[in-house]
Ligand binder design. Structure first.
Ligand code: UDP
Ligand code: MG
Length: 325
């Protein structure tokens, strides 16, 4: 694409769930940043902001409509409102599928993804041979140590057992070229794990490290348990190794049981059969029972995901949108 002759369009996709306080701050900053482009690479790119209201209950949609008017001079504001909360992944997909830009950025509304990085990101895509510029945080400050520990473990495990390159500390803040966006849109899977999808589609990505910042207003929607479930989703979506582990575990235990059986029979034949070993027997039964339940659980996870995928339900339901339907 020849961005030297025609102004490129940059779409900014922003999932918003109860962000009434953060949104005005975010859009003001975004309009400041977009005006910086005016004197950069000629001709300056045009901006399109796509706000996805993910079933907010705090009147975020009213703020969106109001802000769309406030910033109508600065950039095009389009919005979509879901009929309920479908989650950030669904909101991102909805935004991406409606974005019309030559470049598309995804970013949070809470200023944890600083818009001030955009000019630098755009410069890289416009001048260097990259398809995407992504950000990764270099510190985990302001996070409970136990959470950091589990997060690191998760990244270590998933990178061992899956082909998608999933980067520790990667945020969902990135600027992508159109081919990469199209590749992501070609994956309409129900169980969406963005970090894995970005890694799976490939393309050349430049990583910008930056220091983590706290959200400007409101609260994070994540707690330890929801993160744990999310990590299991990620593993199930991008690796079938747990299933192999379950099979291997089964085989190993069969082998051990067989050897133990021979040992016990021989011992009974040689030394007679005194009634002994109740406690050890009980522990072995409980242990094997536990392993069986674990393996069933692993299979259940995959079955559940398969079940949800086969229903082919839409990822989200739109109640209202600024676009002509
Ligand atoms: N978000 C969303 N739907 C949800 C949860 C979050 O659209 O169900 C949005 C939220 O409004 C924000 C972004 O996703 O713009 C990141 O959410 P949050 O700040 O809670 O996550 P964190 O930054 O703590 O990872
Ligand atoms: Mg946040």
């Amino acid at each position: 694409m020849d961005i030297a002759t025609r102004p490129a369009t940059i779409s900014i996709v922003v999932p918003c769930f109860n962000e009434r306080e953060s949104l005005p701050i975010f859009l003001t900053e975004l309009s400041r940043v977009s005006s910086l482009f005016k004197d950069s690479t000629p001709p300056p790119p045009e901006f399109e902001v796509i706000l996805v209201d993910d079933g907010s209950t705090d009147g975020t949609l009213d703020i969106i409509k109001e802000q769309a008017k406030v910033h109508s001079e600065d950039f095009t504001v389009r919005w979509i409102s879901f009929s309920r909360n479908f989650g950030k992944e669904a909101a991102l997909f909805a935004g991406l599928s409606r974005a019309s830009g030559d470049f598309v950025a995804t970013m949070d509304a809470d200023m944890q993804d600083p818009p001030s990085l955009l000019p630098q990101m755009y410069e890289i895509l416009a001048t260097e041979d990259y398809d995407s510029v992504a950000t990764r945080r270099t510190n985990r400050e302001g996070e409970p140590p136990i959470r950091s520990f589990f997060a690191r473990m998760f990244y270590r495990i998933i990178n061992r057992i899956s082909k998608a390159d999933i980067v520790d500390g990667a945020r969902d803040f990135r600027l992508m070229s159109r081919p990469m966006v199209n590749a992501i849109l070609s994956m309409p899977e129900y169980n969406r794990f963005s970090k894995g999808i970005y890694g799976w589609v490939g393309f050349k990505t430049k990583w910008l490290p930056y220091v983590n910042v706290q959200r400007v207003a409101g609260e994070t929607k994540w707690n330890f348990f929801s993160l744990l479930l999310y990590s299991i989703d990620g593993i199930v979506a991008f690796s079938t190794v747990p299933l192999s582990v379950a099979s291997i575990m089964g085989t190993v235990f069969c082998l051990i049981a067989f050897i133990a059986l021979i040992f016990i029979i021989v011992r009974a034949l040689v030394f007679g059969d005194p009634v002994q070993g109740w406690p050890s027997l009980a522990s072995i039964i409980i242990f094997i029972g536990g392993i069986q339940l674990l393996c069933l659980g692993i299979m259940g996870q995959y079955l559940a995901k398969t079940y949800l995928e086969t229903k082919r339900r839409p990822l989200y339901v739109i109640k209202e949108t600024s676009d002509e339907e």
